[in-house]
Write a protein that binds this ligand. Structure first.
Ligand SMILES: NC(=O)C1=CN([C@@H]2O[C@H](COP(=O)(O)OP(=O)(O)OC[C@H]3O[C@@H](n4cnc5c(N)ncnc54)[C@H](O)[C@@H]3O)[C@@H](O)[C@H]2O)[C@@H](O)CC1
Ligand SMILES: [K+]
Length: 515
């Protein structure tokens, strides 16, 4: 599902009108009808007699609200409409619809002054549902105080809220909530879903997302490049290849997972467990000889490569004894340790790798401050940082990453020429050519040690099978989150651990691709 910015949406709306001759008033009519339809859906017993409070702003979002008010009245609802502006400020299509509503006998309650909040308070007490038509894609800056107080009163009332296009107070392009914001039960987003609805905190404020058809020409939308998408089951499934009846293990790649040092054998094991449940044909795990006896018995399906311990772990020389051209992808980093010598090891991994390289965990910490090492890679590189690791790589603090996740991931994916999987709620996958995928799967139970190692193994396994780096990363994030959701259902968020996520992968794959 492609995700647009406010500007892209404005261009679609303008083209619909200019190129196709669809009057903007018609788009607004369709928007309002779709909102009224969704409001009706909230009352399975029928909308007749239901009390609907519609809070409108002065812009076109408010215009959609006036249209929905009219249709709801026609359906037999009792509508009470509040306007967070003076009627004189309403213009254009919104004014046309305000006028129609008033000529139909609709009354408009002004919300211009703090004392007007009493009328709103009274109305909330006798309301079954609220329609939020205050701000849409035109919202910028922060919510004015009076509107903020109105939003707070509605949020506290715990009523169902249907938001028009976006919950008011949410930034369409970033998903940020700079100040007060209405919290919606359902958001009816118009024409195309906005990026801010797909990422946190926007996604939580938006509730369920319904994409409403407002009659924008489909061909116009499909032929336009939009570099953002929400990962869906359908998209992920389309990337899977059937395993031919005559398949043998050599058909599904050979993944090398390299890492580990004394005291950190578990990270490597978890990466291997993730990879072994992601369809890879062959897997070799390369660890220092001192920890091999700990690792090998836990992963009997993997071949092992015992690397000489130097300087308490792995160095560049550790890898030299063997040609690595048979490996179709490499994962480096889990449990590697951060000593300076590990930079040589990372360099050696990148230099001799035949296929894509996934750099995770301590591999990323070693890369921070040595970003030039990436130039040694012959093939695609996938970085899988959590926000703290991303901050170290970019030389900023974690807040700077979290306050602009998409911006940071896109900028550095371009600058470093690699795929970046920025982990955290709504993991983002950014590619060197500017594409961003948002992953909707997963839950807070996955915020536990080892979960990232499992993800790195999965992505490595998918890349080893020949999936393009960006798809391996995106599908890996999606299936990892889905496995986390399966674990949470079975064990609860508190008890589930990283091993459980790897253990739930079978269930997750079956959900994505029924046998
Ligand atoms: N042809 C179109 O462009 C269509 C637009 N539609 C609706 O129009 C919306 C966009 O309309 P607009 O561009 O008029 O903008 P909005 O109605 O989203 O903007 C809010 C209004 O509040 C003001 N405002 C913005 N930020 C504010 C802040 N922090 N404090 C106080 N006031 C603020 C703006 O000046 C604007 O007048 C969409 O979200 C959608 O709901 C739909 O009617 C479909 C067709
Ligand atoms: K809104």
């Amino acid at each position: 599902m492609r995700l647009v910015t406010a500007e892209e949406m404005r261009r679609f709306d303008a083209r619909a009108t200019d190129e196709f001759g669809i009057p903007s008033l018609l788009l607004m009519e369709n928007a309002g009808i779709q909102v009224a339809r969704e409001v009706s859906r909230q009352f399975p017993g029928g909308i007749r007699g239901k009390r609907v409070l519609i809070l409108c702003g002065k812009g076109n979002n408010g215009g959609d609200g006036f249209v929905s008010a009219r249709h709801l009245v026609n359906s037999g609802a009792e509508v009470k409409l509040f306007l967070l502006a003076s009627e004189r400020e309403v213009r254009g299509d919104a004014l046309t619809n305000l006028t129609i509503y008033q000529r139909m006998g609709g009354k408009v309650y002004a919300l211009m002054d703090p004392k007007d909040l009493n009328a709103l308070r009274m109305a909330i007490l006798s309301t079954d549902l609220v329609v939020d038509a205050v701000y849409g894609t035109g919202f910028a800056g922060s919510t004015p105080e009076l509107a903020g107080r109105a939003f707070e009163m509605i949020n506290e009332a715990g009523l169902p809220v249907v938001a028009v296009d976006l919950p008011s107070g949410l930034e369409a392009d970033t998903g940020k909530i700079p100040s007060a914001c209405l919290r919606a039960t359902v958001t009816v987003t118009l024409g195309m879903p906005k990026f801010g609805l797909a990422v946190e905190p926007g996604a939580s404020a938006a509730g369920e997302i319904v994409v409403a058809d407002i009659s924008l020409p489909r061909e116009m939308i499909e032929s336009t490049h939009i570099p953002r998408a929400l990962l869906t089951e359908e998209l992920c499934r389309s990337w899977l290849r059937r395993r031919p009846a005559t398949a043998h293990k050599g058909d599904f790649g050979h993944l090398l997972i390299a890492g580990g040092q004394a005291g950190m054998a578990g990270a490597v094991v978890l990466a291997v467990l993730g990879a072994l449940r992601a369809g890879v044909g062959l897997l070799t795990v390369a660890v220092p000889q001192t920890i091999l006896p700990l690792v090998a018995p836990q992963v009997p399906e993997a071949m092992t490569w015992s690397l000489p311990d130097q300087a308490g772990g792995l160095t560049g020389q550790s890898l030299q004894e063997r040609d690595r051209s048979a490996f179709t992808a490499t994962v480096v980093g889990p449990g590697l340790g951060r000593a300076a010598e590990r930079a040589d090891f990372l360099l050696a991994c990148l230099e001799g790798a035949a296929g894509p390289v996934v750099i995770d965990a301590d591999g990323l910490n070693v890369l921070a401050g040595n970003i030039d090492l990436l130039a040694a890679a012959g093939g695609p590189v996938i970085l899988t940082p959590h926000p703290g690791e991303m901050a170290r790589l970019a030389g900023c603090d974690t807040d700077a990453v979290q306050s602009d996740r998409a911006g940071v991931a896109t900028r550095y994916a371009r600058e470093w020429g690699c795929v970046i999987v920025l982990k955290g709620a709504r993991t983002l996958v950014a590619t060197p050519d500017g594409q961003v995928y948002v992953n909707p799967t997963g839950n807070p139970g996955m915020a536990a040690g080892g979960s990232g190692d499992v993800l790195a193994g999965i992505i490595g396994a998918l890349a080893a099978q020949g999936l393009a780096a960006e798809r391996a990363a995106a599908l890996g994030a999606y299936i990892h989150g889905l496995a986390g959701d399966c674990s949470a259902r079975r064990l609860g968020q508190r008890a589930m651990n990283a091993g459980d996520i790897a253990g739930s992968l079978a269930e997750a794959w079956l959900q994505l691709e029924p046998a």
